[in-house]
Design a protein around this ligand. Structure first.
Ligand code: ADP
Length: 396
């Protein structure tokens, strides 16, 4: 069964064609500079990439080009678009109503449009992408997979903020949580590795955006991102959690508008803001190794905050059976994993430094010390597979 996975951004449209249930990727690529000019990169495993300039005035022309590529005599991987049985669309936000992956009909589309205010950056392009795909592939099921839905079963005391309750009722201000598709994927893999479901897992998705999630018996009970992806641990350019009066103090003293303050906290803070070097962890590690003290400080702040959240989730769950590292930093930065897991033996978290330092990149690894009470895994994330998996189940 061929399933197309689409992730539409404001000027890009990423795609992967899966053969399910095996989960084999037949082709993948990215249409960039939509609305400006247009470039497509189309890849097939084991074969040379195809790259071309084109004109993509909108998402619809881009998806039409993708379908042309997928069925192309030379670069294609299927004979006809009729082979595609479902399209999975990545949505960052499903609001309070879309609590699980769902076939997107008119009613769901209307709801997604009604909540773009909660998700102004990702919502509109994802909806344009969906509309475009529905237009060109009208006879297949279009499934929405939402980053927020993994958190839809959290208890109210974990998602309601201690502000006047009417603000929740009026504007739906609450913790939603993000990166749920990634956390769900790696938590499921950890359960598979442990051979049981009744386990307590802390998944650390540390990438350009970072979040940490606590999962009990396969259900998320808490997560570090909140009303927006701005909350939680410091990220490439996002501050993460702050004393709530910091933004208003900056606004008043620096005479900034609300939008300017949001930009400062979203685009100029986090690892970039502290180090002044870069938002990319590799650059910061290099600078820190060369003696740059602010780069060293940025790393220490990140480690400190990740540890704090892990500790709080152990308290919340009354224990932990596994800690998982995933995403760009979590999968690749051995020193950072070691620093985070250092001095956590009280909680039962201990890693084998040698295994941690030598485990091959891109593969699942058990980096726990042999006598550690808690398992520590490195598990490469695969959100696209998770989207294809849900889509195949709903498109059948
Ligand atoms: P995104 O949130 O954009 O999907 P990724 O999960 O790709 O981000 O993570 C990007 C981050 O991973 C960057 O900060 C990058 O520096 C970091 N990263 C990637 N490879 C390495 C590596 N080998 N060592 C340290 N950090 C790495």
């Amino acid at each position: 069964m061929k399933i197309l996975v689409v992730n539409a951004g404001s000027s890009s449209l990423k795609y992967q064609l899966f053969d399910m249930p095996q989960g084999t990727v037949l082709a993948k690529g990215n249409c960039e500079r939509i609305g400006i000019d247009g470039i497509i990169t189309h890849k097939r495993p084991g074969q040379s990439d195809f790259k071309a300039e084109s004109s993509f005035p909108d998402h619809q022309t881009a998806i039409l080009y993708v379908l042309k590529m997928l069925t192309d005599k030379t670069y294609g991987v299927i004979d006809s678009v009729d082979e595609i049985l479902g399209v999975g669309h990545r949505f960052a936000h499903g609001g309070e109503k879309l609590r699980q992956s769902t076939v997107l009909g008119d009613e769901e589309l209307e709801y997604l449009e009604s909540i773009v205010g909660l998700n102004p950056l990702h919502g509109p392009p994802a909806i344009s992408g969906l509309r475009a795909c529905k237009e060109v592939l009208p006879n297949v099921k279009h499934v929405g997979v939402f980053d927020t839905s993994y958190y839809s079963e959290m208890e109210d005391y974990a998602y309601i903020y201690p502000i006047p309750y009417e603000l929740y009722e009026k504007y739906k201000i609450r913790r939603y949580g993000f990166h749920g598709t990634s956390h769900r994927y790696v938590a499921n893999k950890a359960m598979e590795l442990m051979g049981k479901k009744d386990v307590k897992i802390i998944t650390c998705h540390l990438g350009n955006g970072s979040s940490i999630t606590a999962t009990v018996n396969g259900k998320a009970v808490d997560t570090s991102m909140g009303f927006t992806p701005q909350d939680g641990v410091p990220m490439g350019t996002r501050s993460g959690a702050l004393d709530p009066t910091v933004p208003t103090f900056i606004m008043k003293t620096e005479k900034l508008t609300a939008e300017e303050t949001e930009k400062l906290l979203n685009n100029k803070s986090g690892l970039l803001g502290v180090s002044g070097v870069s938002s990319d962890c590799r650059d910061i590690v290099d600078a820190a190794n060369e003696g740059n003290q602010r780069a060293q400080l940025a790393i220490k702040i990140l480690v400190h905050n990740v540890k704090k959240i892990i500790g709080s989730y152990v308290a919340e769950m009354n224990g932990v059976d596994a800690v998982v590292f995933t995403a760009g930093i979590g999968e690749n930065d051995r020193e950072l994993r070691e620093a985070i897991c250092k001095d956590m033996s009280y909680l039962g978290i201990e890693i084998d430094e040698k295994i941690n330092a030598t485990c091959p990149r891109g593969e699942i690894a058990d980096i726990s010390a042999s006598d550690a009470k808690v398992k520590t895994f490195v598990i490469p994330t695969n959100e696209e597979y998770m989207i294809a998996y849900d889509t195949q189940n709903l498109a059948k």
